[in-house]
Design a protein around this ligand. Structure first.
Ligand SMILES: Cc1ncc(COP(=O)(O)O)c(C=O)c1O
Length: 344
C-alpha cells in the first residue's frame, strides 16, 4: 500500500521512534551502542507515550468526560505531553510543577494553553506544599477533574510494556544485551525492561539514578534515608518510591552526578551531532561507568528521553554551568571536563 506519511491528527505520531547508532560510543565499546531517540515523538519526549495511554484508559474507564480537567504533578515533559493531548481532545489542563523545572519547559506548557502551578522542590513528597500534595488538593477541589498520577498509575509502565519495549526488541532484531535508561517514575525502565526480560532474561537492565534520589539505595538495601544532596537533573531519581518502579527486573542502578551528566550531554552534541536533554547526558555518563561490563558482541540500547532545546538555559548555557561550579568559564577547561567524563 502507498505510504503517504499523512495522519488524522498529531497524536497518531506518538511512538515508533527511531534508533540511532552512537558512532563514538560504539567505537569505544567495540560493540554496537544505539540510542532510542524519544525526542522524535510529537511532544518531543518519551512522556507522550504514557500521557496518551493513561488518558485513553481514563476515558475508557469513564474517569474523563467532556469538559473534564486533567491534573498532574510533573517536572515538565509529562506536562507538555498532557497539555498537547488536552488541547487536541478539548480538556482543561492544570499542572503542578517543581520550581527547579526549566523556564523553557514551563513556557512551552503554557503555549499549549495549560495552567501551571509552581511548587517548591526542596520539600519532601508528603509536605502539603509539594507538587504531589498540590495536585491532590486541586483534584479534590475542582469538580469533574481527574488526577492522572503518573507515579502510581500502572498505566505508565504499561505504556512502555506495550510500545517502547516491543519497539526496542524489534529494532535490535532481538540482539539487545543491555538496556540503560534513567528512572524517575520508573515507568520507562520498568515497562520496557519487563518486556525485554520476558523475551530474554539475560538482558541486563540498568537504571540511572541521581545523587539526590533514594532509588538506588532502596534497590540495594530495601530501605532508604533521605539524601542530603540536591540535584538539578530533571527526570532522574526520586524522593518517593513510585509504584511504577519494578525493582525485580532491574539488575543495577548507576548513580551519576549533575556535572558528569551535563558534560556528557555536551560531549554528545559535539561528537555525535545529537543535542539531547539533561537526562540523556545522565544515561551516557552511566554508560561509561559500566563500560568494563561490556564485551564485544554485546548490543547496547540506551534511551534518550528528550531533546536538548529544553535545556538552553541549563546545560547548554556556559553561565549556568559556571554558576553551578561545573567549570570556571574557560573553553580549555570545559573541553578537559568533558574528556574526563568519558575517560574517568
Ligand atoms: C527528561 C526526562 N528524562 C527521563 C525521565 C524518566 O522517565 P520515567 O518517569 O519513565 O522514569 C523523565 C520523566 O520524568 C523525564 O522528564
Amino acid at each position: 500500500m502507498k505510504h503517504l506519511n499523512r495522519y488524522d491528527n498529531i497524536l497518531d505520531l506518538i511512538g515508533k521512534t527511531p534508533m540511532v547508532k552512537l558512532r563514538k560510543m560504539s567505537e569505544y565499546a567495540q560493540t554496537p551502542v544505539y540510542a532510542k531517540m524519544e525526542c522524535f515523538n510529537p511532544g518531543q519526549s518519551v512522556k507522550d507515550r504514557i500521557a496518551y495511554h493513561m488518558i485513553n484508559r481514563a476515558e475508557m474507564d469513564g474517569k474523563l468526560r467532556p469538559g473534564s480537567t486533567i491534573i498532574e504533578a510533573t517536572s515538565g515533559n509529562t506536562g507538555f505531553s498532557i497539555a498537547m493531548i488536552s488541547a487536541m481532545k478539548g480538556y482543561k489542563c492544570i499542572l503542578t510543577v517543581k520550581d527547579k523545572a526549566s523556564e523553557d519547559k514551563i513556557k512551552m506548557i503554557k503555549a499549549l494553553g495549560a495552567e501551571v502551578v509552581r511548587c517548591p522542590s526542596s520539600v519532601p513528597g508528603d509536605h502539603p506544599d509539594s507538587y504531589y500534595s498540590r495536585a491532590i488538593q486541586l483534584s479534590e477541589s475542582i469538580p469533574n477533574s481527574y488526577y492522572l498520577n503518573q507515579n502510581y498509575d500502572k498505566g505508565n509502565s504499561e505504556a512502555h510494556y506495550l510500545t517502547t519495549g516491543p519497539e526496542i526488541w524489534e529494532q535490535s532484531e532481538g540482539r539487545i544485551t543491555h538496556f540503560v535508561a534513567s528512572a524517575s517514575t520508573g515507568g520507562t525502565l520498568s515497562g520496557a525492561g519487563k518486556f525485554l526480560k520476558e523475551r530474554n532474561e539475560g538482558i541486563q537492565i540498568y537504571g540511572v539514578d541521581s545523587e539526590a534520589s533514594i532509588l538506588k539505595q532502596y534497590h540495594e538495601t530495601g530501605t532508604y534515608t533521605m539524601p542530603t544532596k540536591s540535584s538539578s537533573l530533571e527526570g532522574v531519581g526520586k524522593n518517593i518510591i513510585p509504584a511504577n518502579v519494578n525493582f525485580d527486573i532491574i539488575d543495577k542502578f548507576i548513580r551519576v552526578s549533575d556535572r558528569d551528566s551535563s558534560m556528557a550531554a555536551r560531549y554528545l552534541a559535539r561528537t555525535e551531532g545529537i543535542m539531547a536533554g539533561f537526562s540523556s547526558g545522565a544515561v551516557l555518563a552511566a554508560l561509561w561507568q559500566i563500560r568494563s561490563h561490556i564485551n564485544p558482541g554485546d548490543f547496547l540500547v540506551v534511551l534518550f528521553p528528550d531533546h536538548g532545546s529544553r535545556y538552553l538555559t541549563k546545560i547548554y548555557d556556559p553561565e549556568w554551568l559556571k554558576s553551578m561550579g561545573f567549570l570556571n568559564g574557560s573553553k580549555a577547561e570545559e573541553t578537559i571536563a568533558e574528556k574526563k567524563v568519558i575517560r574517568h
